[in-house]
Write a protein that binds this ligand. Structure first.
Ligand code: SN0
Length: 316
């Protein structure tokens, strides 16, 4: 595997999920693979799970790991080509990324969308430049439009919790929030679930439909109660509007998943990528109750990252 930026970079998704589950059984079985190899993790935005799980994944494979919060610790980065740098930016991505490529065998990069200009965010300019300029395999640690390591961990979790031969109903349910949140997790989840053996239903208020390129084929319902009927998994996530790009259109009253809402489902397991705002996105009772998978889901981030890094080490 040369890059991991979306589901489209994976040839055999089921095999990758199985590989992650094998790594979960014996995480240290491939320590020799990463010997004398360096993983560089670059963050332009905050992170807890992605940072720690990907770091640990590299260490489990015997790699050296370097982490840098480039937004806080690096020089102010210029990403536009051809500009005269007589303002606040100090270093151009052309040099910065090329230099990081000299020190690392694999690079992970996190860069959120700005949620100002839809075309700019959906062009994935920074991620594409990183891939081109570093010259080494690149793993997306959440880009402007996707969060593929999260989605792989989500699929691993669903597979683990589903009886063999059953095709579960998975509902991606929009949740309330107070500020504009990226579409990445929801886009990516929709994209991965379309490739998996599940029935995907998406439910969100009017004005919050995700981009067609990610939801194509999936049923989208604006009535949450209808969507929740018979669900085996409810994936809770907020996102800002795609149509009125980056805007918060409603306070989403009545959209939080509670025990009352869960009663409409097939005793569904509840998922969230975290961080979660308790009492706003998801109720305390559900998060603390027996149906919540959020901690196991976060645990699986480690094996998702380890499976991807293993594939990259094997290919190079
Ligand atoms: C990010 C997102 O894309 O939804 C990262 C999730 C892995 N989440 C947030 O930005 C939450 C911020 C907040 O204030 O709740």
């Amino acid at each position: 595997m040369k890059q991991f930026t979306s589901v489209h970079d994976v040839q055999d998704i089921a095999a990758l999920v199985n590989e992650a589950l094998e790594l979960k059984q014996s995480p240290y079985a491939h320590k020799a693979l990463g010997q004398d190899k360096t993983l560089g993790l670059i963050f332009m935005n905050p992170s807890l799970r992605t940072r720690l799980s990907t770091q640990k994944a590299g260490l489990n494979l015997g790699m050296n790991v370097m982490v840098m919060n480039l937004d806080k610790e690096g020089w102010a980065l210029e990403t536009q080509d051809g500009v005269i740098m007589d303002g606040s930016t100090v270093e151009h991505i052309r040099e910065a990324a090329a230099v990081m490529g000299q020190y690392c065998d694999i690079i992970g990069i996190r860069s959120f969308p700005k949620l100002q200009d839809r075309e700019e965010d959906y062009s994935e300019d920074l991620l594409r430049k990183f891939i081109e300029l570093t010259g080494v395999p690149v793993v997306s640690l959440e880009s402007a439009t996707r969060h593929p390591l999260q989605s792989l961990a989500d699929l691993i979790t669903i597979k683990e919790q589903t009886a063999a031969g059953k095709r579960p109903k998975v509902v991606l349910s929009w949740a309330p929030h107070i500020k504009p949140i990226p579409h990445c997790v929801a886009n990516s989840f929709a994209e991965w679930m379309q490739q998996a053996d599940v029935e995907l239903v998406i439910t969100n208020p009017k004005g919050y439909d995700l981009a067609d390129e990610f939801t194509q084929g999936a049923q989208v319902l604006h009535n949450q109660d209808e969507a929740l009927q018979g669900a085996d998994f409810v994936y809770v996530k907020n996102w800002s509007s795609y149509e009125q790009y980056g805007k918060v259109l409603t306070n989403g009253e009545g959209w939080m998943i509670t025990n009352e809402k869960l009663a409409l489902t097939n005793n569904a397991k509840v998922m969230h990528c975290l961080p979660v705002r308790r009492g706003l996105e998801l109720s305390h009772e559900v998060l603390d109750g027996p149906n919540s998978l959020v901690i196991e889901q976060a645990n699986n981030r480690l094996y998702a990252a380890q499976a991807v890094l293993k594939r990259m080490l094997e290919a190079n």
